[in-house]
Write a protein that binds this ligand. Structure first.
Ligand SMILES: [Ca+2]
Ligand SMILES: [Ca+2]
Length: 259
């Protein structure tokens, strides 16, 4: 009898430990789902969302009288950030949101897998001059900096570029970004793979379309002074680049999720 009760006790203990570990691992998984930073723009274009893991501050950078304003998002998504209409002149109206973190390393993924993206409503026209030849949605780092991640919509095609110390990889979507309708675009880097996924967010849900490109990337280690920018390119001194590829339209639920 004694031996059986010992065995039963051991089995109960093992089960308890197993359940405990399962709960602990589930909790860890839940934590990894939380975004590193997210902007839902419901309170203002400059307020990051509760639940973001990293404390950040955002400021508006303007040129040519451009402005980011609040406007309605799609049903159920509150407010969105509305960027200036297309103006292809050198000194045309432009505005970009600059995001900086107290700990810039927190927005530097290194070799970790990460995702970033946004819900986008693209205006027409949205490009077509030397100074606005595209629509940069979200990026950290500039081309040639040695490290970058970027989501852009050029000629109605969304693409995700990730560059590290071993090279740059760009994944282009095979699903066109329609103007005048909300769509969700997500980029994901995992090892040598970069994926771009486009899916509608209102009306007919449709099917997400994912395209993938592979190549050596290495570590994406960004300089501390490189801002995370929404709606266009910024220099490291937080000024708008002359060829800023201003995003024309509205953005919502902009996020970066590292790890
Ligand atoms: Ca919103
Ligand atoms: Ca543009």
């Amino acid at each position: 009898m004694k031996r059986w009760s010992w065995v039963l006790g051991a089995v109960v203990l093992a089960l308890a430990i197993g359940v405990g570990l399962w709960f602990a691992s589930t909790g860890d998984d839940d934590d990894s789902i939380a975004d590193t930073v997210r902007f839902d723009f419901d309170d203002s274009p400059l307020t990051s969302t509760d639940g973001s893991k990293v404390e950040v501050s955002a400021e508006q950078v303007s040129a040519g009288g451009g402005e980011v304003t609040s406007g309605p998002s799609y049903p159920g998504a509150g407010q969105a950030a509305v960027f200036p209409e297309f103006d292809g002149d050198r000194d045309g109206a432009r505005a970009v949101l600059a995001v900086t973190a107290d700990d810039p390393e927190a927005l530097s993924p290194g070799e970790a897998p990460f995702r970033f993206g946004a819900d986008v409503l693209l205006s027409e026209p949205n490009q077509g001059s030397e100074f606005d030849n595209g629509n940069n949605v979200l990026q950290r780092g500039l081309f040639g900096m040695g490290a970058q991640f970027k989501l852009q919509i050029d000629k109605g095609v969304a693409s995700c570029r990730v560059e590290g110390d071993a090279g740059g990889v760009t994944a282009k979507s095979s699903a066109p970004i329609e103007t005048g309708t909300w769509q969700s675009v997500t980029c994901a880097r995992d090892g040598d793979s970069v994926r771009v996924t486009v899916s509608p967010v209102d009306g007919d849900p449709g099917d997400p379309v994912t395209d993938e490109e592979s190549g050596s990337i290495g570590a994406v280690d960004l300089p501390d002074d490189a801002p995370l920018s929404m709606g266009g390119k910024l220099d490291r001194n937080l000024s708008i680049e002359e060829e800023s590829d201003q995003f024309n339209g509205s953005l919502d639920n902009v996020f970066v999720a590292i790890g």
